[in-house]
Design a protein around this ligand. Structure first.
Ligand code: DGJ
Length: 738
């Protein structure tokens, strides 16, 4: 992956045959962004840059800049804003030099992608300096072999003699030469996370962000620009994804000349970082991904990168267990025997891990109390966690536990002892949210306390899995550990504290599988993926709602990161009744599990669950490590159908899921064309579960890959055959190379 430096044109070209990224030192010494996109050969692209002219020695806003700053002639949104001791913000960091190192250095205190051998990547570090103030900026770019991705970050250092304040420090800023793009963002709400919103870029600024203290249910720290004609399989696409879990901003600005600036990083609202002389600030990492095969190509870049070189630890590559979680089965109302009977029935169905959710600690019979008191509630579990965990293990299952470390209930011993640890403005009423407050994890003593009490709990019983929840956002932000002139640091210090606690617990308990959660998918982002290789995708477990949620989530995030469970009907979030086969057919495409009480099901339902678990376990490696391809979007057309598939890396087998919301009469013969197979190979097609309905039988053939990709699987075979499989129906096809 050479990084080329041409001293004559002063260009730096990162290239690996899949992506090119060109920087250029401009005539005035500042750094220009000359190109990002598909691979270029060697040679200068300086001729593509607009010439300097006019006001402020610049051609207005037409110059593509790499890390733009305010006050020097560029009037678009900046990447870096620093307030000097005199209150001024003009800043002109100019090129000083650069280094190219093999591999990828770690970020200071923040999660990031990584390499396991220096040969996997090269890193370019470019030093810039603003002479009048002494501000140093080190921009860092890593290009990975075999991946159309560049990881960017920066370190800001105060080389001056007086304290300065960073008002804005983006992770990446990209100036693109046109605005013929559509913007794709992943937006929604609690229980409706990461729906795809695709709009044409227009003049001005458009984008998403969060100032909630978490990346949020509402928006994800991800943006893609796709050509208007781009599909899942073709067309240029450029994505930016932020490895960060706190407040963020991701936006695109189309300027007067129809060029586009994309920027992503920590949200500048509620952010001000005071930097003493000699001190540095580490900017989070952003990943820039490029594809010439549409959004599917973006997933092809990000999925393996995030699965293999962002997730880490013992569970990164291990098959994830099929779990059952007691939350929707019991809520807060359980005792040891009830839990063991759920676990024992689940074990008989082939389920491998039993997870005890909220309600096991303090005196927590509802959500008004006890967060922070991480001691076992002996009324419900008189023999403690150890006894329960050992009984579960005795059944041949693993035991998992829910925690919500970042929170405190006002009715708790922890709050009585340390009211000052809860975030809030003294003298101002706190906004209630689920009757709980947020602990200030920016304070080292809070992180130390949580590390100690949680380590005790995790050592007290054979615990193999932890679900780390976080159920409210931050209001009345005021940080008791910080002086008035450092209050703008609180949100970032909070999330750094969360990472530190994760880092210590995952290091101390390397065999525990961590799953992140935030009231469902309220903090489903690359930052947490670096610690917890899977996350609870959404509290909404309705199969039809999940089609949209999992589709959107799967654009940046691999299936191995997406917790997906079969729950009871009527569904607890929206009341819909769907067939249990469809609930499983959707949840298969993720990290599979259950969220119901199997002791309350009838024998036929239990038989079906056993069949589902066996099927998932057979194809688990394919689901968790295969290539995921989206085929039919729940956001397009009449939104009545969705289809997707996973293909084994060597294309030896594939599993296809097809779903129809409402059955329709006289639909005529219709087909589903699949992708990603070996064209010349033969595949045996089967329908799961085995069925003798005419559509299933029509599909059971040996067919060539090109036939399946060009002609397709059969969905409805003739108008007069009754519509199968009815409302909320689905089919799962298995394609095995013969
Ligand atoms: C929100 C989570 O998303 C649920 O799965 C469950 O763990 C509850 N919190 C428990 O309070």
């Amino acid at each position: 992956m050479p990084v080329l430096w041409d001293p004559a044109t002063r260009e730096l070209h990162l290239r690996n045959g899949l992506i090119s990224y060109v920087l250029r030192v401009l005539e005035d010494g500042t750094l220009g962004g000359a190109y990002v996109g598909g691979p270029l050969g060697e040679g200068s692209v300086a001729h593509a840059a607009p010439r300097f002219a006019g006001f402020a020695n610049r051609l207005g806003d037409a110059v593509a800049l790499e890390y733009p700053t305010p006050g020097i002639g560029d009037f678009r949104a900046p990447a870096l804003v620093i307030e000097q001791p005199d209150g001024s913000t003009a800043l002109k960091p100019a090129y000083v030099g650069h280094r190219i190192v093999a591999g990828k250095p770690q970020l200071d205190g923040l999660p990031s992608t990584y390499v396991e051998a220096a040969a996997e990547a090269d890193t370019l570090e470019v030093d810039l300096r603003d002479e009048p103030s002494g501000v140093d900026v080190a921009l860092r770019y890593t290009i990975f072999g075999g991946r159309a991705a560049i990881a960017r970050s920066a370190v800001i250092r105060n080389g001056g003699e007086r304290a300065i304040t960073i008002r804005c420090a983006m992770s990446a800023s990209l100036d693109l030469p046109d605005s013929e793009w559509e913007l794709v963002r992943l937006s929604g709400s609690w229980a409706r996370e990461r729906h795809v919103v695709r709009t044409r870029l227009a003049s001005g600024t458009q984008g998403v962000g969060s100032v909630r203290g978490a990346s949020s249910h509402q928006h994800n720290p991800f943006l893609a620009l796709v050509r208007p004609w781009a599909t899942e399989a073709q067309g240029e696409a450029l994505a930016v994804s932020l490895v960060y879990s706190g407040n963020f901003l991701a936006e695109a600005e189309v300027d007067q000349y129809a060029t586009t600036r994309v920027r992503i990083g920590i949200h500048h609202d509620e952010f001000a970082w005071r930097l003493e002389p000699g001190a540095s600030f580490q900017v989070p990492e952003a990943v820039v991904a490029w594809s010439e095969s549409g959004l599917g190509g973006i997933s092809d870049v990000l999925h393996p990168l995030y699965r293999e070189r962002l997730a880490r630890g013992a569970w990164r590559d291990r098959p994830r267990p099929v779990l059952i979680n007691n939350w929707e089965a019991t809520y807060f109302d359980f005792d040891e025997d009830k839990l063991v009977s759920i676990a024992s029935t689940s074990r008989d169905l082939g389920i491998e891990l039993f997870v005890l959710d909220d309600g096991w600690f303090g005196r927590r019979d509802d959500d008004t109390t006890s967060l922070g008191d991480w001691t076992v509630d002996r009324r419900k579990l008189p023999n403690g966690l150890d006894s329960l965990a050992r009984r579960v293990e005795g059944l041949g299952m693993r035991f998992g536990l829910w925690i919500e470390p970042e929170m405190v209930s006002e009715r708790s011993r922890l709050f009585e002892d340390h009211p000052d640890w809860a975030i809030g403005v003294p003298g101002r009423p706190r906004t209630e949210h689920r009757q709980q407050l947020v602990l200030d994890l920016g304070r080292p003593e809070v992180v130390d306390h949580l590390e100690r009490v949680l380590s005790e709990i995790l050592s007290s019983a054979p615990i193999s899995y932890v679900k780390w929840d976080m159920n409210r956002n931050i209001t009345e932000p005021w940080w008791g550990g910080l002086p008035a002139d450092r209050q703008g640091e609180g949100f970032h210090r909070y999330i750094v504290g969360v990472y530190e606690l994760y880092r210590r617990l995952t290091a101390a308990f390397p065999e525990i599988l961590f799953e992140s959660c935030a009231g469902g998918g309220g903090r489903f982002d690359p930052g947490l993926l670096a610690f917890a290789p899977q996350g609870w995708t959404s509290d909404d477990t309705d199969a039809i709602e999940r089609l949209a949620i999992q589709w959107g989530t799967s654009i940046p995030y691999p299936l191995s990161s997406m917790g997906a469970h079969v729950s009871a009907v009527p569904n607890h979030q929206i009341g819909r009744v769907t067939p249990i086969g469809t609930r499983a057919a959707v949840a298969f495409f993720g990290v599979f599990g259950y969220e119901l009480d199997p002791t309350r099901l009838d024998d036929e339902e239990r038989r079906l669950i056993a069949e589902q678990v066996a099927f998932y376990r057979t194809w688990r490696e394919t689901f968790q490590r295969g290539r995921f391809l989206r085929l039919r979007s729940p956001f397009e057309g009449d939104r009545n159908e969705t289809a997707w598939m996973v293909v084994e890396p060597d294309r030896a087998a594939a599993v296809v899921g097809w779903y129809r919301v409402l059955a329709r009469a006289s639909t005529g013969p219709s087909r589903l064309r699949v992708r990603g197979l070996e064209p010349d190979a033969s595949y045996r097609v089967s329908v799961w579960p085995p069925s003798d309905d005419p559509v299933a039988r029509a599909n059971e053939l040996v067919r060539r890959g090109d036939d399946l990709m060009r002609i397709g699987l059969f969905l409805d075979i003739a108008p007069r055959v009754p519509a199968t499989p009815g409302d909320f129906g689905s089919r799962v096809f298995v394609l095995e190379r013969t």
